[in-house]
Design a protein around this ligand. Sequence first.
Ligand code: IPD
Ligand code: CA
Ligand code: CA
Length: 263
Amino acid sequence: MDNPRIFLPVARRAALEAGRYLLQGLNQKKRVAFKGQVDLVTSFDRKSEEMIYSRLGQAFPDHSFLAEEEIHQERASDYLWLVDPLDGTTNYAHGLPVFCVSIALAFRNEIILGLVYDPSREELYTATRGQGAYLNGKPIRVSKTRKLGRSLLATGFPYDVRTSQDNNLDHFASFAVRAQAIRRLGSAALDLCYVACGRFDGYWEKKLKPWDLAAGALLVEEAGGRVSNLEGEKFNLSSPHIVASNGYIHRSMLDILSPGLVK
Ligand code: IPD
Ligand code: CA
Ligand code: CA
């Protein structure tokens, strides 16, 4: 495997370019289509995806590529790019500046590079496996909060929240009376970045996709945090459920999400 750092410059250029394009469109009138009852997509999601693919595809024509909206190129390669061209589409469609671009690279299904760009704050989060996590080039670490009762948490609700019983409202209620407070920002990738840099102490969410989680999960790990599924097993790309924390409060979070678990 090549040193993952060699892929950073092209990925960074792709993320900055797409992020800046999204930011200039934030207050423009958008055509919104519905993928589900509350699951939106705009022409900006698609254009951002095309921009990222054109950069990465040109630089790494042999690699596989999986993006949220349309582009799925499966090639005989150990490398797979996972791209969410606009994480936080509901916010974006409402003109709320909480959204980002998320790009990850996996080698044989292990995430080796993660990059999240928030153009509204000009914050670029980067991580490569074994080499730390950075915000605009400066090293970041998870928080040191040791108690759930002192913790600021984040979560989200799945797009089938209206129709499924398994919609996270029960867990939300349990955490609401145990944590210091909970936020629902509307961007899973940013939630994870905020755990990585210590703004949040923990985050959990269910029913997500690999492009939502891949980059952010590596950022949390490289910032010294812990990332698992709801059973406490190490997070991997096939897990749609995630718990990410500073490590100290992980067990307390699992106790609520999977009561009776001995770990
Ligand atoms: C969504 C956001 C949101 C999470 C959703 C995701 P999208 O991604 O990350 O925070 O709660 O379930 O699907 O649709 O904006 O790319
Ligand atoms: Ca997403
Ligand atoms: Ca998206």
